[in-house]
Design a protein around this ligand. Structure first.
Ligand code: SF4
Length: 188
């Protein structure tokens, strides 16, 4: 499969995940506080490099691929280089390529996951817990989407190529180097 077609499939998988979570947020009345980008400051945000293929092709098209490759290579703190850090102290910020963000970034606020002990658990945003009472939201535990489960479809697009989940900047380096290398072959 060529990179463009693979990218279309990945993007559609990511949008499906996004829709699942946004439907849940709408139904449960759960929403992030205005301008909050606190979760993007977490240096542990991770993804499979190929989840970033639509994003890498978008950066390439906008002539930003080399700039972001250097940013990712120079990053010392592990915080996603796509984050526009408006106010780090309060956690305000915005994503510079929101349309193409990977799956974990679409599963904000609350998500079910399988932990390291293979147990099922719900992970709820700390900021939401600080600001609101969880009774303000309307959901039952059974309705929470499970990121580990919904991601399986995405991983099944190409299980070998999708690779392990790593820090988002490291994943960005891998995929940007790939698309830039391919571009240099196409030019010659
Ligand atoms: S890709 Fe965008 S949404 Fe995801 S961590 Fe980076 S800045 Fe945040």
């Amino acid at each position: 499969m060529d990179l463009e077609n693979l990218s279309i499939k990945i993007k559609s998988g990511l949008e499906e995940i996004g829709k699942l979570f946004s439907d849940f947020h709408e139904k449960s009345k759960m929403a992030c506080p205005p301008h909050c980008g606190k979760c993007c400051y977490n240096p542990e945000i991770s993804c499979h490099p190929y989840e970033l293929l639509p994003l890498a092709l978008d950066l390439l098209e906008r002539n930003l691929a080399e700039e972001y490759l250097m940013k990712a290579k120079n990053s010392k703190d592990g915080i996603c280089v796509l984050l526009n850090q408006v106010h780090p102290e309060s956690g305000q910020g915005s994503c510079t390529d929101y349309q193409n963000r990977p799956s974990l970034c679409r599963a904000f606020a609350v998500s079910g996951r399988i932990n390291k002990k293979n147990e099922v658990e719900l992970s709820v945003c700390k900021k939401l817990k600080e600001l609101y009472s969880m009774e303000d939201f309307h959901y039952t535990d059974d309705e929470v989407p499970y990121i580990s489960l919904v991601k399986r479809k995405l991983e099944a697009i190409d299980p070998v190529m999708i690779g392990p989940q790593i820090n988002i900047n490291e994943a960005l380096i891998i995929i940007l180097e790939k698309v830039l290398l391919r571009q240099s072959f196409l030019k010659n």
